[in-house]
Design a protein around this ligand. Structure first.
Ligand code: ADP
Length: 482
């Protein structure tokens, strides 16, 4: 099969979160299964763009409202990622340093999507599936079926994968003329609650809809930032496919970012060496358990609860543990987390910002990783942590629920699904639940045999993409267009 993935991010070209990891890896595994997978993203001005060689694949133009826009599709020439990576450049709209957060994001991503469909419409053949990711590519299934110029793409199967349903790409109806001439009888497909809602539109128009974990799909039926009813309505074509991880990039035995490589037999010593270096760099105590948090400092991740949970844990237990936080996001949370460094020097530190290398060093050097998320569609951090022998402490939600069972619930662990790891689980995104779990983890840390047993078990879990990549192939094959 030939599959075209359309996304705003793709690792290592441009990454803001898990979306990039998935779009960067899934195609690699689909290629390994003997298929042709291609990825197309906006041309962000990143290091990867500047350091690689590109060829021009196609040039075209279209009207978006009353603006004529010219686009160029470029292709990475050396097949560096093991699959074809294409970028769309649109002068004045896409050649920018950041992926998101510009005032004209609506124009940028609408133009990106039109360019992709326009380019596909110029192919001499049709792909076997167009796989769109999140709302930034959500108008594509609609355009392939309802824009007069692109109707010859109407029979190409489309799949939407939702990595995060909180963001939906809302645009006001006065921008409906951005979409190339379309069948106005179909306005209802674009609309949700009197606005154009690209995510809702994709849920309605794509042939299949997936989320990145089965539990997240169930949760969307009752909590989907306004789209609950839509998911119930479209349930028949919805399913959850758990993300995998790139076992080559995320491998403690070969990871070039970490100080000391290790694998199962020498994990205790290897982790301790990495921890020692990390603790030295951040003025922490290597003899105490090290808890880390890596991620966006936003309400979805319950990052706002961390400052209080950390302060309470230290005041209740005394200096029995260390914390190291890496992340960026909400300015207020960033400030609170930075402020704590002054209060708990020697036991607490934080690094505000995005740092891929440090994240790897933290997965390797930490004892526990905290993930108190309010919403977690899949979550990759816990899977990376498992592979690096770091015990996840997670709230029981979405993909976290599907990948981690509590070590203290033997029944749960007996019923664990393949790929489910062991860790600590709690139910509520509350300061109390987090501190209680930290208490449990501190006790666990003192039981060296139990720690070693859990580490041994979690490092052997196979969360690689093979199984899930195959599930997507079966999903594309199941689509029959009437
Ligand atoms: P989301 O996509 O919701 O942010 P995921 O758990 O799916 O969350 O993916 C997060 C990915 O982003 C992981 O690879 C994690 O290591 C990485 N990450 C998040 N924040 C940072 C940061 N500040 N520095 C380095 N890596 C980060």
């Amino acid at each position: 099969m030939e599959i075209v993935h359309v996304s705003a991010e793709c690792y290592p070209y441009a990454k803001a979160g898990g979306l990039a990891d998935v779009v960067g890896t899934l195609p690699k595994y689909q290629q390994q299964l003997g298929h042709i997978a291609k990825v197309v993203i906006p041309m962000h001005r990143t290091k990867f763009l500047l350091e690689n060689v590109w060829s021009v694949e196609h040039k075209g133009g279209f009207m978006m409202g009353d603006r004529h826009l010219e686009y160029t599709i470029i292709k990475e020439k050396t097949n560096k990622l093991d699959y074809d990576l294409f970028c769309v450049d649109i002068y004045g709209l896409l050649d920018r340093e950041n992926i998101y957060s510009y005032d004209d994001d609506t124009e940028r991503f609408t133009a990106f999507q039109i360019a992709v469909v326009d380019w596909l419409s110029h192919w001499e053949h049709r792909p076997d599936a167009v796989h769109v990711h999140d709302h930034h590519a959500g108008l594509i299934p609609f355009m392939m079926r309802n824009c007069f110029a692109y109707r010859h793409l109407a029979e190409v199967p489309t799949v939407l994968t939702i990595h995060n349903a909180q963001y939906q790409g809302w645009m006001s109806w006065d921008k409906s003329n951005y979409i190339p001439d379309w069948d106005s009888w179909q306005w209802g497909l674009l609309d949700w609650d009197n606005t154009i809602n690209p995510l809702a539109c994709a849920v309605k128009c794509a042939d299949r809809v997936t989320t990145v974990s089965p539990s997240y799909m169930e949760e969307l039926m009752t909590s989907a930032n306004g789209l609950e009813q839509l998911f119930v309505q479209e349930k028949f074509k919805c399913s959850g496919i758990l993300n995998g991880i790139d076992n080559v990039v995320w491998n403690p035995a070969t990871d070039t970012y970490i100080l000391d490589n290790y694998s199962l037999p020498d994990a205790a010593a290897g982790k301790q060496l990495n921890k020692k270096k990390l603790c030295k760099d951040f003025n922490l105590d290597e003899k105490l358990p090290l808890f880390v948090f890596i991620g966006r400092l936003v309400a979805e991740k319950a990052a706002d609860l961390l400052p209080q949970a950390i302060a309470d844990s230290i005041s209740q237990l005394g200096n029995k543990m260390n914390f190291l936080i890496l992340g960026s996001g909400d300015k207020r949370v960033e400030d609170q987390l930075s402020y704590l460094t002054g209060s708990y020097a020697g036991y607490y530190n934080s690094k505000i910002g995005y740092n891929e290398k440090l994240s790897h060093q933290m997965y390797a050097g930490a004892d526990f990783i905290l993930m108190p998320s309010r919403v977690e569609p899949c979550g990759l951090n816990q899977m990376y942590a498992l592979r690096y022998g770091t015990i996840p402490i997670v709230r029981s939600t979405g993909g976290l629920k599907d990948t981690v069972v509590d070590f203290g619930e033997p029944e749960d662990s007996l019923n664990a699904l393949p790929g489910q790891g062991l860790g600590l689980r709690f139910n509520y995104a509350s300061v109390w639940d987090i501190t209680y779990s930290i208490h449990r983890a501190v006790e666990l840390y003192d039981d060296k045999d139990k720690m070693a047993e859990i580490r041994k078990q979690i490092m052997q879990i196979d969360n690689s993409w093979e199984k899930s990549a195959e599930k997507y192939i079966n999903l594309y094959s199941s689509i029959q267009i009437k």
